[in-house]
Write a protein that binds this ligand. Structure first.
Ligand code: ADP
Ligand code: ADP
Length: 234
């Protein structure tokens, strides 16, 4: 059973004149432990796909199933805990400036109601995992862009998600730092067996890290397949 499964996913934004069909029947299967890329130009529907995948926005029709659970069928009250199965990594990490690195990583655990003693050991483990154990007491302002993204990744992994959803994770980074962060993501997949979905407008990112790729255009799947089969054409 695939870890991420989308079936006939549609999202229509009503508008005066013609409605906007942002997603026009997306089918997607991502197996457990894969690193899958979603690529497309601006306006292709990438952001809408992310919002629908996490049910931040209700799809107009179709289903979203993550880790065997159909999120699109859940009532709002059950979505909050179901979303903990999805770790989100953003282009802009948005750390809390008044909290230390450890405090930022602890934040989702506090929200989830994890007791203090457990939080401390989990945070230490997460910082070790992303190579920032020695920066636990630093503040965000003291970090480089690459270090901030490491914190973002540690924060995303805090609740032990089944899926890591990365939205343009390296678009704000230079090429050397991009390579380091993508290397870290691959390493985490290898060590944790987590399933990774990377949304990007950069084909170079896909080439560097993805096993398989979906090319999105005008809300439709234009191409889908193993990295070599899809990327070779572009
Ligand atoms: P991408 O992230 O690939 O740039 P988006 O998902 O943002 O693409 O947009 C896909 C299409 O849906 C675009 O035509 C965009 O203008 C439209 N769209 C996105 N969000 C909204 C919204 N909230 N209301 C109306 N139209 C939207
Ligand atoms: P953009 O694509 O506009 O540059 P991002 O990819 O950083 O922005 O963020 C996409 C969406 O996720 C935005 O709606 C933003 O408000 C939200 N977001 C970004 N960072 C975080 C965060 N750390 N925690 C929660 N939501 C965030």
């Amino acid at each position: 059973e695939p870890q991420i499964q989308l079936r006939a996913l549609r999202k229509i934004y009503p508008a005066k004149g013609a409605d906007v069909v942002a997603l026009d029947g997306i089918d997607l299967d991502v197996p457990r432990g894969a690193i899958h890329g979603i690529v497309g130009r601006s306006g292709a529907g990438k952001s809408t796909l992310i919002r629908c995948l996490t049910l931040l926005e209700r799809p107009t029709s179709g289903t979203v199933t993550i880790d065997g659970q159909e999120l699109s069928g859940l009532p709002e009250a059950k979505l909050r805990s179901a979303r903990r199965r999805i770790g989100m990594v953003f282009q802009h990490v948005n750390l809390l400036d008044s909290r230390t690195i450890a405090g930022n990583v602890a934040y989702p655990l506090e929200i989830a109601g994890v007791p203090r003693a457990q939080r401390a050991s989990r945070v230490a483990e997460l910082l070790e995992l992303v190579g920032l154990a020695d920066r636990a007491d630093a503040y965000p302002a003291e970090l480089s862009g690459g270090q901030m993204q490491r914190v973002g990744i540690a924060r995303a992994l805090a609740t032990e998600p089944a899926v890591l959803l990365c939205d343009e994770p390296t678009s704000a980074l230079d090429s050397a730092t991009t390579r380091q962060i993508l290397g870290l993501i691959r390493d985490l997949r290898d060590r944790l067996g987590i399933t990774v979905l990377i949304i990007t407008h950069e084909m170079a990112v896909v080439r560097e890290i993805c096993d398989s790729v979906t090319l999105l255009g005008h809300g439709k799947v234009v191409e889908h397949g193993a990295l070599g089969d899809v990327v070779g054409k572009y």
